[in-house]
Write a protein that binds this ligand. Structure first.
Ligand SMILES: NC(=O)c1ccc[n+]([C@@H]2O[C@H](COP(=O)([O-])OP(=O)(O)OC[C@H]3O[C@@H](n4cnc5c(N)ncnc54)[C@H](O)[C@@H]3O)[C@@H](O)[C@H]2O)c1
Length: 436
């Protein structure tokens, strides 16, 4: 073993290794907390001054992480934050958790990853382990990050270590968190994999090494593409079932009784979040360099993108049955986050649905216990309180996000008309409830 490896391994096993996390968002903050809870001293680096000052005041801004947890770690000196990248020269391990969105032309925008890597390169020193956690196309770690880091003159696998380890966090999931979700690790060299495996093994129950950074990058994409394609499949069957007057939800429940070879996916108002609608297109883009067209991904994207339009048509049909038009109707949207029990509205289908309904002349209000305010287009919406009066005054209530804390009986009992995209009212009867 090289001296650098021995020294880093010793620091990892004694928990004296210092860690920096670049990007303290939905991924970076929970990761920092898990590492700090294991006894490592963690410094979060973010460009967002507000996040940095909140963390240093011991305050959380992510619903999965409770403020007292951050407070305790900050007080113990295990968690702090800064906007100053020079802290990298004092740490042993750097994890990069910055955004990987799509550009306007729906191509990978890895400018955040590149910019973080440039900052790391400025302070890179012997014996450091650098890990990329952002979801990205196969090849990013070795084709983008490695050349930037090697400009320092240091050699990977000998002077410093570089690995890719995808984040699998599922916001709002109370059963599986960072510690009990197996972690995939692929290093540029075998030593890189070993050191990264050792690090994650300190706070994650099971670490799964793979043969390369590209295999690790592809693993994460397979997981998200699997979801994207299966959601599209069930959404397409929902459209057909609607036309054939078959209840898709009943069919899924029945199929789910098969103890093998079937995994239920559920239809909904459309895809949302920072991952499933975006990540598959990272692979489609890369595939084109290999003269390969990822047709499943394209088709799934097309189907999923059409669903908000279908939801709007269902609202139109529902209002029509009450001799009303979308134009001039008061429509109450229930839930605008992209999934239940979280406040993240990125890529949320609710935003598209609201914009479409507004364009058709509807008056829109929304209630979301996790999102107090949202700007859609040029308009700022504020969450309204969910009272019997508000529900009674609406021409139609559209359930988009099935938050657990909402009183659905209040909706079922007071609404004149309901379009339910989540089968939340399956136990309520009445002609005023329309399931998609
Ligand atoms: N949110 C999820 O559920 C989830 C799950 C798995 C993987 N991922 C992936 O993890 C990555 C991060 O996603 P997220 O949801 O945490 O994003 P986020 O937007 O919540 O957080 C990213 C943070 O990085 C900061 N940032 C941006 N550029 C920076 C830079 N150059 N230097 C320092 N800080 C910078 C931003 O201010 C922000 O606080 C993405 O690649 C995403 O695809 C996300």
């Amino acid at each position: 073993m090289e001296d650098n490896q021995i020294s880093l391994t010793d620091k990892i096993t004694s928990k004296s290794a210092r860690v920096a996390i670049i990007g303290m968002g939905y991924v970076g903050l929970p990761l920092s907390v898990a590492i700090a809870q294991a006894g490592f001293k963690v410094t979060g680096i973010d460009l967002d001054k507000e996040k940095v000052s909140k963390l240093n005041d011991g305050e959380s801004y992510i619903s999965d992480i409770e403020t007292p947890v951050v407070k305790e770690l900050a007080k113990a000196g295990l968690l702090s934050a800064t906007t100053d990248f020079s802290v990298i020269k004092e740490v042993d391990i750097v994890s990069i958790c910055v955004p990987t969105p799509l550009s306007e032309m729906r191509e990978p925008d890895i400018s955040y990853v590149r910019s973080a890597a440039n900052e790391v390169a400025k302070y890179l020193k012997c014996g450091q382990l650098i890990i990329l956690e952002s979801t990205t196309y196969p090849g990013t770690t070795e084709e983008v990050i490695l050349p930037i880091l090697e400009e320092s003159g240091l050699t990977v696998g000998k002077d410093f270590y570089l690995a890719f380890s995808p984040e699998r966090v599922d916001p709002g999931n109370k059963t599986y968190g960072i510690k009990n979700t197996p972690k995939i690790v692929g290093g540029v060299t075998q030593t890189c994999t070993k050191v990264a495996e050792q690090f994650y093994g300190q706070f994650i129950e099971r670490v799964v090494p793979v043969s390369s950074t590209r295999a690790a990058e592809m693993t994460k994409l397979l997981e998200n593409i699997f979801r994207c394609v299966n959601i599209a499949l069930v959404n397409e069957l929902m459209l057909l079932c609607d036309r054939m007057d078959i209840n898709i939800w009943e069919v899924i429940d029945a199929a789910s009784t098969k103890p093998f070879g079937f995994m239920p996916f559920f239809p909904g108002p459309g895809l949302g979040g920072h991952c499933i609608p975006i990540d598959p297109f990272y692979l489609s883009w890369k595939a084109r360099q290999y003269d390969f067209h990822t047709e499943f991904i394209e088709l799934a994207g097309k189907t999923n993108e059409s669903i908000p339009y279908y939801v709007v048509s269902k609202v139109g049909e529902a209002l029509n049955s009450h001799e009303k038009s979308i134009k001039g109707s008061n429509i109450l949207i229930l839930g605008i986050a992209y999934k239940k029990d979280i406040g993240d509205t990125r890529e949320s289908p609710a935003l598209k649905i609201i914009a479409l309904l507004e364009k058709l002349g509807a008056q829109i209000a929304y209630h979301d216990p996790y999102v107090a305010e949202e700007i859609i287009g040029t308009k700022t919406y504020k969450s309204v309180e969910l009272t019997p009066e508000v529900v009674q005054e609406s021409d139609c209530v559209l359930i988009v996000t099935d938050h657990s804390s909402v009183d659905y009986s209040l909706i079922a009992e007071n609404a004149r008309l309901i379009v339910d995209t989540r089968n939340k009212l399956k136990n309520f009867v009445g002609n005023h409830i329309i399931h998609i």
